[in-house]
Design a protein around this ligand. Structure first.
Ligand code: ATP
Length: 748
């Protein structure tokens, strides 16, 4: 860099002034050799006394372009201003008066119950062993008596002074020895008297008690034997056994945490640790539930995600099993604030908590329903109303079990209509037949058609409900302030706005079915988008969370997501939402034994790790029995549960697809494209075929093909011309075939 023209005009200007040391900014010509590549403090050109703002912009740019003068912008305040007491205190975080467990009624009851159980068990354990303890004490009492006698003798005869006297003899210190002997004689006299009097009082007391009653005599003897037995007990062989054996997890210390973080291979952490205290702890490491909680401020530039994605390495660094180590972000703080919770026990091995509604109680879907517990064993609930849910996992990881918890909760709300389809055919939801309005289990075409019919009904129901809600909102705004179903409206049977809980297990059977996939996707998307406000909750569970099994339009609109173990990033993001994997929310880190454990997104601001409540088949049956009785009382056992046929004969449509297709094909059309037929059908009967028109050309053809299949009609390739005259070859039907099928149906 060339030297400045101004160099030498005023030598003072060449001094590197420390920044902000005077009111008037120092001036520097910016000689490159002098600065040696260093960024200089804020400087002004020497040829004027003007401030930077007064220098013409172009001129300043030229100077910068030529790199003759550096102009670092002053960004820091000259003096760091300390916030006032008022400012800092007002912004301060208020710490709760009581610890979290004391504020939660459920947790408090849990603890009290546990304490009572613990006390009861310990008492019973020792009471049962009382004879054994008595025997041990009796056997050890002679040794205890001997120890008491020896100790008393040593005390009276001043045994503690013996080494001093011996030392005086060895050193031939006559005076000293005489003094010590006098002290000893004095002590023996006094202590002998105290011992004699004590013995006398004790003997008199014992004599009085013994002569008062035999029971007292026995009691005195027992106490004496007990005390002597205790004295005669060796230190390493206690009389009482342990009623409860606790396995103590190692204590978590800041040293252990820093060592583990430094072993993650994150360069930002390593550099900071090498330089000094790069990792800080904004709060002390404390016990939190059944584990330790450390709050950590990571070095600048390191994020919690960096640590979360190395959870296995962190566990290795902490020397704990993977299922014990749970790093998580603190969303209300900065991206580098990390909380590491280290459980005493592997989450998968911990005893599953009991579902709070297992024995008694009703649920209300307008409130949170208990779904599972987090790593600390705290209950986690989900607000199902106004939400939809997607559950995804690899096979056998607990998908159906977790869905079952939600269905049980819905069953225990007597106002909720249950629509349940289990498309695997194993009858995992079979116990709900007694309470479900619609139910089906199987992977066959009839069951799939039944599930499709349910979706079609719910889709239509959206329309009816939206009209009802609009009308109510117009008539009485207070009844429906937010244009959605309220608890009050849902209880009014005349309005038909009760919550509908629809669950489809193994939904991939529909979304990947050649004939149904397009329609199923459209219907599910519509329900998932518009259903929540109308009181319709759709829960979809799948063991194959990919784009074919769970259309992105469906998964993207689900408010609640629960992802148990999956194999890869795609499945993870499919269930938990885009970029979840990148943000460290990785259900891929769960192991094969982490059954029922998954990431729950949408229930709170931050994703949570939750283990769904474990309710096995027989327990679920019992709960459904209760739900059935409850619904019986409210008169809400309807549809399938009430023995009504799923296909209501009276409501069987008076039209038929084949007749409708026959009626929309003109006599001069020997062959016709399926999509043209669908458009004409929609005009003919919009309430039935209206939704088909929203499909694209190919999907319309698939839809018609699926509809005509039961009549034995297959679609064929039809050559024709589009509206703008272009030739095209598309799927279509032959008029003759349709007419013959329609005729034979009429004859039947
Ligand atoms: N919360 C839980 N706690 C402990 N074990 C569980 C939990 N949930 C499920 N399991 C265990 O996992 C096993 C598989 O559960 P489930 O049948 O729900 O799996 P799935 O994912 O539905 O399987 P598939 O895909 O084959 O239908 C169950 O037999 C059960 O023992």
């Amino acid at each position: 860099m060339p030297a400045s023209d101004d160099q030498g005009r005023d030598d003072d200007f060449h001094r590197e002034e420390p920044m902000n040391t005077s009111d008037q900014e120092p001036v520097n010509t910016g000689d490159s050799e002098a600065t040696n590549g260093k960024v200089l403090p804020f400087t002004l050109r020497p040829d004027s006394a003007s401030t930077p703002e007064e220098i013409p912009v172009q001129e300043r740019r030229d100077v910068l372009d030529a790199e003759e003068v550096r102009h670092p912008v002053l960004v820091d305040l000259p003096v760091a201003r300390k916030p006032s007491w008022w400012e800092s205190t007002r912004e301060a975080k208020i710490r709760p008066l009581l610890p979290e467990w004391a504020r939660s009624r459920r947790e408090l009851t849990d603890r009290v119950r546990w304490l009572a159980l613990y006390a009861g068990h310990t008492t019973a354990y020792h009471a049962l062993r009382a004879p054994q303890y008595a025997g041990i004490l009796l056997v050890r009492s002679p040794r205890g008596l001997w120890r008491v006698l020896v100790a008393t003798h040593r005390w009276i005869y001043d045994a503690e002074g013996k080494p001093l006297r011996a030392a005086a003899v060895t050193a031939s210190e006559y005076d000293k020895y005489v003094k010590l002997a006098e002290v000893r004689a004095e002590r023996i006299r006094k202590r002998g008297l105290v011992a004699f009097l004590t013995l006398l009082v004790a003997a008199a007391g014992v004599y009085l008690l013994v002569s008062y009653s035999d029971a007292l005599a026995w009691l005195v003897a027992a106490v004496a034997v007990g005390l002597l037995g205790k004295v005669g007990t060796p230190a390493d062989k206690p009389v009482l056994g342990r009623a409860v054996v606790t396995s103590k997890a190692p204590k978590l210390t800041s040293e252990v945490v820093v060592r583990a973080l430094a072993a993650l291979g994150i360069s930002g952490i390593n550099q900071a640790v090498a330089k000094g205290p790069g990792i800080t702890f904004p709060a002390p490491i404390t016990r939190d539930g059944p584990g330790w909680r450390a709050e950590v401020d990571l070095p600048h530039g390191v994020t919690v995600t960096d640590v979360m994605e190395r959870r296995d390495k962190l566990a290795s660094g902490l020397r704990r099993p993977l299922g014990c180590v749970w790093p998580e972000p603190v969303s209300e703080e900065h991206a580098g604030r990390l909380v590491i919770w280290v459980g005493d026990q592997d989450m998968a091995r911990a005893k599953p908590a009991t579902w709070p509604l297992a024995k008694s109680g009703e649920a209300d879907l307008f409130q949170s329903v208990p779904f599972g517990t987090d790593q600390r064993g705290r209950p986690v609930g989900v607000d199902l109303m106004f939400a939809n849910m997607v559950i995804g996992a690899m096979p056998r990881m607990g998908k159906t079990f977790s869905l079952r918890v939600l269905v049980l909760a819905a069953a225990l709300d007597p106002w909720v209509e249950l629509v349940l389809w289990e498309l695997k055919g194993t009858g995992d939801l079979g116990m709900f037949e007694r309470v479900a309005h619609e139910y089906g289990s199987g992977a066959d075409d009839d069951t799939l058609e039944g599930a499709m019919n349910s979706l079609r009904r719910l889709y239509k129901e959206l329309e009816r409900r939206s009209k009802t809600i609009t009308r109510i909102a117009k008539e009485n705004r207070a009844l429906c302030p937010e244009n959605k179903v309220t608890p009050q409206l849902s209880r009014n049977r005349k309005l038909g706005l009760h919550p509908i809980f629809a669950a489809i297990d193994e939904c991939q059977e529909l979304f990947s079915h050649e004939d149904y996939k397009d329609e199923a996707k459209k219907l599910a998307e519509g329900i998932i988008k518009r259903g929540p406000a109308m009181g319709i909750i759709l829960v979809l569970a799948t063991q194959r969370p990919d784009a074919q099994s769970l259309p992105p339009g469906v998964s993207a609109n689900a408010g609640l997501r629960f992802c148990l173990r999956v194999m890869g990033q795609v499945e993870n993001d499919m269930v938990l939402g885009t970029s979840s994997y990148k943000n460290g929310i990785r259900a891929t880190t769960f192991g094969a034994k982490d059954k029922g454990i998954g990431y729950l997104v949408g229930a709170t601001d931050d994703p949570q790790i939750v283990r769904s409540y474990y309710i096995d088949g027989p327990a679920a049956e019992k709960i459904v029995e209760r739900a059935c009785a409850l619904r019986g009382r409210h008169g809400t056992i309807t549809g399938h549960a009430a023995g009504e046929s799923l296909v209501d004969e009276s409501a069987r449509p008076s039209y038929s697809l084949i007749a409708d297709v026959a009626s929309v094909i003109r006599a001069d059309e020997a062959k016709i494209w399926s999509e043209t037929v669908v458009d004409r059908l929609a005009e003919l009967r919009p309430e039935v075929y209206g939704s088909w028109t929203e499909l694209d050309g190919r999907a319309k053809a698939n839809q018609l093909a699926a509809g005509l299949k039961p009549f034995g009609i297959e679609t064929v390739q039809v050559y024709g011309r589009t509206e703008d005259g272009k030739a095209a070859n598309r799927r279509g039907v032959e008029r003759a075939e349709i007419l013959s099928a329609a005729r034979s149906l009429n004859r039947d």
